[in-house]
Design a protein around this ligand. Structure first.
Ligand code: PLP
Length: 401
């Protein structure tokens, strides 16, 4: 007779290195509260409340009706690769060819780009530098690939900007990759062009690969597009740009993103792609190509709407006694400091959710330096933001000492 099957012990050891998503946990708790009839303020998830542009939906529907129901090329359909290369040139000023692009897909959108890049480039024990706090996927994907994530702390007093000198202090002979997310999640911080130049110099000096997640590049308040490290001299060959449709075109349910890298690095990524999702749904890609090639007025309208919500959130948070806030310059996140309200930020987040139906995410979910902060995703309507800050002010009033 064989040994008893133990479903717990059957998990691969690499799973010990990665947690379940702390954001998803809040998502599930909100669903339960709403089922019990509570009116919840939705600041928990980075998902816009806009619809996908109608022309993109129509192009996907037409493609399906036409019979585009078979495998697409591994990297993506030609019109979409061309549109992404053109978009990259517009946003970064770097000449980019369609063969440098892979449309990323499946259950992961831009996340697939991150996982595939880690699997293609990270050897067991390679160190991956990630600013802290940060969206947890870089750390988890690095771990799943056998790498070792190394946090680079950032500080509220410094607007949570990733600093080249902090990066350099953590470089060892095992350091292989630096992850830059700008504008960032969970802080909404954008790395300035001056600091990007310093980071680029460190990457060149220590021969690092840079993963630049630019998914929020067009949700930037000082200008239509945030600066990119890919555009700096010597960086195009060593940078993998991660970008996608989820945020800017409100297409998160479509699960669609892309990578841009040198033709040689793109070939490494394609090898992994061949054994993962193989290719992205064909008709979905036709809708996405339309999103990129049609008028971009919808992107500007969304950016303006987010700017109005950001004003409500920033002014509202700063008017609450005891709360401090580093100015968010991009994405749709604010990361207020709630340290004076007692307990850990996890406890503050739990009380806000359970006692006041305000859904935020504990900053500690995003890394060691996130303790004491909450992430508010102001991707809900302006009215909900107004209602939310009023409710939050009253709730925190009752929690002060
Ligand atoms: C910084 C960052 N990159 C990538 C993604 C994932 O995007 P996608 O929906 O394309 O997987 C997110 C989602 O929240 C994000 O915050």
């Amino acid at each position: 007779m064989g040994a008893t099957f133990d479903p717990q012990a059957v998990a691969a050891k690499r799973l010990n290195e990665v947690p379940f998503s702390g954001i998803r946990k809040v998502f599930d708790a909100v669903t339960q509260l709403e089922a019990a009839g509570r009116d919840v303020v939705h600041w928990q998830i980075g998902r816009t409340d806009f619809d996908t542009p109608a022309h993109a939906k129509q192009a996907a529907a037409e493609s399906l009706a036409r019979g585009d129901v078979h495998y697409a090329p591994n990297a993506g359909i030609a019109p979409l690769l061309k549109a992404i290369a053109a978009r990259t040139e517009t946003d970064t000023g770097v000449e980019t060819k369609p063969e440098q692009v892979i449309v990323m897909a499946g259950a992961n959108g831009a996340n697939e780009g991150i996982m595939v890049s880690m699997l293609a480039l990270i050897n067991p024990g390679d160190e991956v530098l990630v600013s802290d706090p940060n969206w947890h996927h870089y750390k988890s994907c690095a771990s799943l690939a056998g790498g070792v994530p190394v946090e680079v702390p950032t500080r509220e007093e410094d607007s949570f900007a990733l600093r080249a000198e902090e990066v350099e202090k953590r470089i060892t002979p095992r350091t292989k990759m630096l992850c830059v997310t700008s504008p960032g999640n969970p802080t909404g911080t954008t790395v300035s062009e001056g600091e990007l130049k310093k980071l680029a110099a460190v990457a060149v000096k220590h021969n690092l690969v840079v993963m630049s997640d630019e998914i929020y590049a067009r949700i930037y308040y000082p200008a239509p597009c945030a600066p990119s490290i890919y555009s700096l001299p010597g960086m195009a060959e060593r940078t993998i740009v991660i970008n996608g449709f989820s945020k800017v075109y409100s297409m998160d349910g479509w699960r669609l993103g892309w990578t841009v890298a040198s033709p040689q690095v793109t070939r490494h990524l394609l090898k992994v792609r061949q054994y993962t999702t193989v290719c992205v749904n064909t008709f979905i890609q036709h809708g996405a190509a339309k999103a990129l090639t049609a008028s971009q007025d919808c992107v500007e309208e969304m950016r303006q709407a987010f700017a109005a919500r950001r004003k409500v959130i920033v002014e509202g948070l700063r008017s609450i006694e005891g709360v401090t806030l580093a100015e968010p310059t991009g994405a749709f996140y604010a990361f207020p400091n709630v340290k004076i309200f007692g307990g850990t930020s996890g406890e503050v987040a739990d009380r806000l959710l359970n006692e006041h139906a305000i859904a935020t995410v504990d900053g500690a979910v995003f890394g060691t330096s996130g303790e004491g902060y909450l992430r508010l995703a102001y991707s809900c309507s302006k009215e909900e933001c107004e209602r939310g800050v009023e409710r939050l002010g009253k709730a925190l009033e009752g929690m002060r000492g």
